[in-house]
Every structure is written in C-alpha cells, then in structure tokens.
Design a protein around this ligand. Structure first.
Ligand SMILES: [Zn+2]
Ligand SMILES: [Zn+2]
Length: 348
C-alpha cells in the first residue's frame, strides 16, 4: 500500500510504499477512496497547538505517522470475528475511537477518551490508500452522498452537528451566530438549516466565504474587519443572540464574538486556531454567559447525523477533489485560508 506520511512533526509528507496490513479479529480493512483534509490536520502535522503566551501543547503522535480522519472507502478484507459488513461495502469511517474500557467510553462519549486509538492521529489515517478500522461498528453507510464529500461528515459534519446540539434549541434565526465559515462552519450552516430549522448569521473575514454562506442560506453575513461590524450584528439580533459557535477559535474571533451575546448566552468554541481568551471577570457573573468547548462528536451523534444525511436533508458543502499526491500543497493551502469549503484527497 501507499501512504503520504509525516516523517516527523512539521516536515513535508513523503510517499512511502509498505506492506498492506491484514485485519485481525473484529478489524476491517478499508481501501481509501477519498479523504477530506481538515484544519486540524494542519495542527497535527505541525506537532503542536498554540496555547498563547508563547506556550504550545504538543500533539503526541507516533513518528512517522499518517494523517487523515475524514475517510470514505471500500471494505476489502476483514478479520474472522468481523460482522455486519461485507466485502465491497462503501463506508464512512468514524475515527474518534476510544479505549472502549474507561468510564468515559462506557458513557457513550468515546470521542472524549484520553487514550483512544484515534484514526488519522494515533493510528494511520486516510492519507494512506488502506486503513485498518478496529470494528465494523465504526463504519457508516453514506447513502447517496458523493464519494468526495462523504468522509467530511466524519469530522466537519460531526463537529458542527455536535456543537449545534450544545446550543439548541434555536428560537429564531437571530439567535444563532456562526463565526468562521471554512469547511466546518459551512457544515454548521447546512446542518443548522436541516436539523435545527435555523438560518444563522455568519461572520468571516473572507468575502468569498461570506458570499458562499449567503448563497447557502445564511440570513446575514458580516465581515468583522468592517468598522461598524458589531453594530450591524446588534441591529439584526437586537442584542438578543443566544448562541455563538466559534469555528475559528482565535484571540480575534473570540474577542469579537463573545460580546455579541445576550445575557445568559452561550459561546461554544470549536476552532483550534490558538491563543488565549482574556475576559473581564465581573462580566462573567453579570452577563451570566456560558463558555463551552466542543470537540468532534460521539458515536451516537454520528448515527444521528448520518440518518439526517441519508434522508437527503443536509445540503452539500463544496468539496474540491485533488489527487492524493497533492497532500502537501493542500495542507499549505488550507493553512493559508485558500480553500472554499473542503478539499478531499482522491486515491487511485
Ligand atoms: Zn477534522
Ligand atoms: Zn476510554
């Protein structure tokens, strides 16, 4: 098999040919058809998250390692104990796998487990043309979803859905603000319409992304670098926005976004851009605002989301197809904000 591997953190990906693994026990071998490239791939590739103040959080990945957690592929082999799947099935891979033994995993929140074999982080991912999946329970039918889009539901779609659930219900369109409409934010917009009957206000510094969001049903699109940006949001919401979901997670986005909420509003941070959040302490009780993190989504969230996707209710986000050989360039383009929606690497 072939993999585009990271030799060590921050170094360019290299094409490596190696033995295709044989699935054991309940394992399933999936031949990768397409793998979405996510902004977290950029961070994982760099080897660290920016904690602000000159501090970094290292990502504990093996060396070398194979990125890619938005995998769509075909089942080509399985271990003797694998059930509920057949050779030739085409499936989305749920990558946020936990240890399966701790209290967190047993509560159904495998994605929050501290020591899981997450695919595309701790285990080789979809930048390789074959991927081992520990159990068929992590495979999902994509319905009529096009090949190059399907994998995106395992991270961008799931992450957006799980964050939206934390803020629900949305009583009016004016109640939800989406900050950052890259791949995950665009999914947030589409899923807000499909699952929560809400057309959000979107905020982004990129005019092309704002235009795309308006074409896809946002009720308003605001560029925070405009002088009167904050006033424009207040005019639309009457100061009553109850939820803002921040798909950027930078000092600039949080600094702008958190002040848009009404008293008692909820600020949900999803993006991993990095930095620090500084808040005047008295405003925390006075405004009674909640700040919550949201990280990918649980296996249960994935089942709910895929039901919604298979029913045809979620409008697609734009996904650009690229050959897997362009993995390095794609990471670079994503880092520089040059991709509208998503880019997916296509394997032969
Ligand atoms: Zn991701
Ligand atoms: Zn666990």
């Amino acid at each position: 098999m072939k993999s585009y591997q990271v030799p060590s953190p921050g170094k360019s990906l290299e094409l490596v040919e190696h033995q295709t693994p044989e699935p054991q026990g309940a394992e399933v071998l999936v031949k990768t058809i397409a793998c979405g490239v996510c902004h977290s791939d950029v961070h994982i590739h760099s080897g660290a998250f920016d904690l602000g103040g000159g501090n970094e959080l290292p990502v504990p990945v093996p060396n070398p390692f194979t990125l890619g957690h938005e995998i769509f592929g075909e089942v080509v082999a399985m271990g003797s104990d694998a059930t509920k799947v057949n050779i030739g099935d085409r499936r989305i891979v749920y990558p946020w796998i936990g240890c399966g033994e701790c209290d967190v995993c047993n509560s159904g929140e495998e994605h929050l487990c501290n020591s899981g074999p997450v695919i595309g982080v701790m285990q080789p991912g979809g930048f390789g043309d074959h991927v081992i999946v520990p159990d068929s329970k992590y495979l999902h039918d994509a319905g009529d979803t096009p090949d190059h889009l399907a994998g995106s539901y395992a991270c961008s779609g799931l992450t957006a859905y799980s964050a939206l659930k934390k803020g629900a219900p949305y009583t009016s369109n004016n109640s939800l603000i989406i900050i950052g409409v890259g791949g995950v934010g665009m999914m947030g917009l589409q899923i807000a319409k499909a699952a929560f009957n809400c057309n959000p206000i979107v905020i982004d510094v990129d005019e092309d992304k704002l235009k795309l969001a308006l074409e896809n049903g946002a009720i308003a699109a605001i560029n925070p670098t405009d002088e009167d940006a904050m006033m424009k949001v207040f005019e639309i919401t009457g100061g009553n926005a109850s939820v803002a979901i921040d798909f950027v997670g930078s000092e600039l986005s949080t600094g702008f976004g958190i002040n848009l909420l009404r008293k008692g509003g909820k600020y949900i941070i999803v993006g991993l851009y990095g930095g620090e959040l500084k808040l005047p302490l008295p405003l925390i009780p006075i405004m009674e605002r909640g700040i919550q993190g949201s990280y990918t989504g649980s296996p249960g969230d994935m089942h709910e989301l895929m039901e919604l996707v298979r029913s045809g209710k979620v409008d697609p986000i734009p996904v650009e197809k690229r050959p897997a050989s362009e993995a390095n360039q794609t990471l670079e383009d994503l880092k520089n904000g040059k991709i509208l929606g998503r880019a997916a690497l296509m394997h032969d």
